[in-house]
Design a protein around this ligand. Structure first.
Ligand code: PXL
Length: 273
């Protein structure tokens, strides 16, 4: 049987860390990309030893091995989007930026992973400045949570300052969505600034009472990357990713998972359990 080879996958390359729970990092990226209709590929940056109660150790892979994986991949295949997760060191951020500059036509989603859901730092101190200098100028959109936005801006981010803070985080030419700013009882808001037209908006979310929020940032940014890879514009990709992560959090809240912070339910739309 002859089958015509006339299709292309919407490939999303996640450049991210690994962790054993299947909740965060490249494991969450692969689940989110797959659930949102993309072809998930992954280049590893580091291996994290953690369970639901603590991050115990971080082992970063040699920089040449990480950049080598990305060069091998992109030298062979067209990715439709690239998603950056945990990068850990300034040296890795700088070296990856050299490779990614050659692929500036591919949408780049940078999740500046700095702190885990449990509060543990996941980055060297010097890496914060490296993000600004090397990676944000290449990014289509960056997706810091409130605490990461505060580290990047060196100031508190409140609901009153959120839109201004989002605009400030577009200074490198990228768009931004700051996730989960506390907006009163039972409410959170995301602040989105689209650098293309300079518009800012606040996206209101119901607070979901759950401890299963490990990997929410990875899952959300991978979902944005996938909808961009599938050809949606940025505003539409954000709106679809918001709907996806909200459903995954609400569904994931029903599950028991370890003694601490558990995962969202990535495949809630296909649920067999
Ligand atoms: O959720 C942030 C994160 C990203 N990447 C890896 C992680 C974590 C949090 O634990 O382990 C690999």
């Amino acid at each position: 049987m002859q089958i015509k080879q006339d299709r292309k996958y919407p490939i999303v390359l996640a450049i991210a860390g690994s962790e054993p729970l299947g909740s965060a990092g490249v494991q969450a990226d692969i689940k989110s990309i797959s659930a949102c209709g993309g072809y998930a590929a992954g280049a590893l940056t580091c291996i994290v030893n953690e369970n639901t109660t603590e991050v115990k150790d971080i082992f970063s892979l040699p920089v040449d091995l990480v950049t080598g994986q990305v060069e091998s991949f992109l030298g062979d295949l067209d990715a439709s989007a690239i998603k950056m997760g945990m990068l850990y060191s300034a040296e890795l951020i700088e070296n990856l930026s050299v490779v990614l500059k050659k692929y500036s036509h591919i949408p780049l989603i940078v999740d500046p992973v700095m702190v885990a859901s449990g509060g543990e730092q996941l980055i060297e101190n010097s890496a914060v400045e490296a993000y600004k200098k090397y990676l944000f100028p290449l990014a289509t959109i960056i997706t810091p949570n409130r605490r990461e936005a505060e580290l990047l801006l060196g100031k508190k981010v409140t609901i009153d300052s959120a839109e201004k803070d989002a605009t400030a985080l577009c200074q490198w030419g990228n768009s931004v969505i700051i996730k989960s700013i506390i907006a009163g009882d039972d409410k959170l808001e995301d602040a989105f600034c689209d650098v293309e037209d300079g518009t800012t908006s606040l996206i209101m979310k119901e607070y979901v009472e759950t401890r299963n929020i490990n990997g929410t940032g990875c899952t959300f940014s991978s979902s944005i990357a996938t909808f961009l890879a599938r050809g949606f514009n940025l505003k539409e990709a954000i709106s679809r990713a918001e709907e996806y992560i909200n459903g995954a959090i609400v569904s994931g809240a029903r599950y028991e998972f370890g003694k601490g912070i558990g995962p969202v339910d990535h495949f809630y739309k296909f649920n067999a359990h």
